[in-house]
Design a protein around this ligand. Structure first.
Ligand code: GDP
Ligand code: GDP
Length: 437
């Protein structure tokens, strides 16, 4: 199941981005910061009391006509109404109820979704009474907050999490590879989806509403079952905000968390943009296998060097994902589309690869023999043993005398050795160092 989404709405300057940063402070710790990965400051994967969720600051979305503030807010609220499970409506407690607050409230009346009112900037205990004024907005869940100091946020998060839909495990068929097409607007995701499904293939069922916002298509090819995950955004188009780059990230996030393999679609004609990197970064961090699909290759004027040059560009921009293969296709002419599913099968196999402990230890021992860990202040890292603790993505734990003695570049070296030996093409791998007690 997709993670619940909490959207922050409200007029400018009430403290949306401040509360976002506060709440995003609960960011999942397993995500390691890696050079080359940039993040949007409007999306965060957070956790409270063991429930994970996506948080969006709709105030950070750019809707074009910046001068018309009301239109701007209207688009934000529209998006929240459509996408969020819980809406956090921020207001400025010191200003009292303003006309724009009332406008926002009116738009929010149209939904059955829970609306929490965060009455912000109440920095002093004496000011807490100011929040009562906001009951006139018509909502009952009112929280006095100081985003600056962090007061009130615990109660707010408790209430938000309580209103999430019940947690249900999606029934996962282990024999099925779940694939999604992610990328910026207009790179050709829908065209690719249709082209891939348009070929002769048994479409078992496009089931609407099996999850809240995804339309999945199940099919089989060469005895392999696939589920093509389509966040509604790929097929159902037309909303004002659909074409907004930053918004496409939310679609991607929702698809990524349900995928084994992400097809990261890039526009071969327009080239690589910052937003492509963010989207790819999310797939990498989520531990999905990935393939770069450079689409619209029919529009590119080519000579025998063009593909190499473009590949260099991809490698330069996505240095954190040098494991992902690159395919050059055209949804329009169907050039090389038949390469996609075999590539998906390949990387999915690596993504789920399990290696025996004895083999891993042999590889690590050999690696240490060839290049021993450098000593650090007279001490040297010693690796006791290694084991694989998870698949999807392959995750290894090295038990060592002291993890702090491991230099980043040495971990990288071991990482590469594992890759060279087992050929983890297409999948990230994780290497954790633990203290052996
Ligand atoms: P946004 O436009 O709604 O995203 O608002 P921001 O988060 O950018 O905040 C607008 C201004 O209000 C900034 O100068 C913040 O430092 C300030 N601010 C936000 N939260 C609080 C708060 O709890 N107390 C006080 N005193 N100032 C705050
Ligand atoms: P999405 O927003 O990523 O789903 O992109 P669409 O599939 O809607 O495609 C955006 C535009 O690019 C449409 O006008 C498509 O017809 C066009 N397009 C998609 N793929 C190709 C391609 O391979 N070649 C060419 N020439 N145009 C394409």
């Amino acid at each position: 199941m997709s993670l619940p989404v909490v959207a922050i709405v409200g007029r400018p300057n009430v403290g949306k981005s401040t509360i976002f940063n506060r709440l995003a402070g609960q960011r999942i710790a397993i995500i390691e910061d890696q050079p080359g990965i940039t993040r949007d400051r409007i999306y965060s994967r957070s956790e409270w009391n063991g429930r994970e969720f996506h948080l969006i600051d709709t105030g950070g979305l750019e809707f074009g006509k910046q001068d018309e503030i009301l239109t701007h807010i209207k688009n934000q609220v529209e998006l929240a109404l459509e996408e969020a499970d819980v809406i956090l409506f921020m207001v400025d407690g010191r200003d009292g109820v303003t006309a724009s607050d009332q406008e926002v409230a009116k738009m929010l009346y149209r939904t059955n979704k829970p609306v929490m009112v965060g009455v912000n900037k109440l920095d002093h205990p004496k000011q807490l009474d100011l929040s009562y004024d906001f009951y006139q907005l018509g909502f009952t869940e009112i929280f006095a907050l100081s985003s600056l100091h962090g007061t009130g946020t615990g109660d707010l998060l408790d209430a938000i999490v309580e209103r999430f839909p019940p947690e249900t495990e999606e029934e996962l068929d282990e024999d099925t590879i779940r694939v999604s097409l992610i990328g910026r607007p207009n790179v050709g995701k829908s065209s690719l989806l249709n082209a891939m499904l348009g070929e002769e293939r048994v479409i078992v069922s496009p089931v609407a509403g099996t999850t809240r916002d995804a339309v999945d298509t199940h099919f089989e090819q060469d005895g392999q079952k696939f589920t093509l995950i389509d966040t509604a955004g790929v097929r159902k188009k037309g909303k004002v905000y659909e074409s907004i780059e930053k918004y496409s990230v939310l679609r991607a996030l929702k698809a990524i968390e349900r995928s084994d393999v992400c097809l990261i679609v890039i526009d071969g004609e327009r080239g690589i943009a910052e937003q492509d990197k963010r989207i790819a970064g999310y797939a990498h961090e989520a531990g999905c296998a990935s393939i770069f699909v450079v689409n619209k290759w029919d529009l590119v004027t080519k000579d025998d060097q063009t593909m190499n040059q473009f590949s260099k560009l991809v490698r330069g921009h996505f240095s954190f994902m040098d494991y992902a293969p690159i395919l050059y296709v055209s949804a329009k002419t169907k050039q090389r589309l038949t390469k996609i599913l075999p590539a998906v099968m390949d990387v999915a196999e690596r993504h789920a690869l399990r290696i025996s402990t004895s083999v891993i230890n042999q590889v690590i021992q050999d690696a240490v023999m060839v290049t021993p860990p450098p000593s650090h202040r007279g001490k040297r890292l010693r690796i006791q043993y290694a084991t694989q603790v998870a698949v999807k993505p392959p995750t290894f734990v090295l038990f060592v005398n002291n993890p702090e003695l491991a230099h980043f570049s040495y971990v990288r070296y071991l990482d590469n050795k594992l890759r060279q030996t087992f050929g983890f093409e297409g999948t990230p791998i994780r290497l954790h160092l633990r203290n052996k007690r």
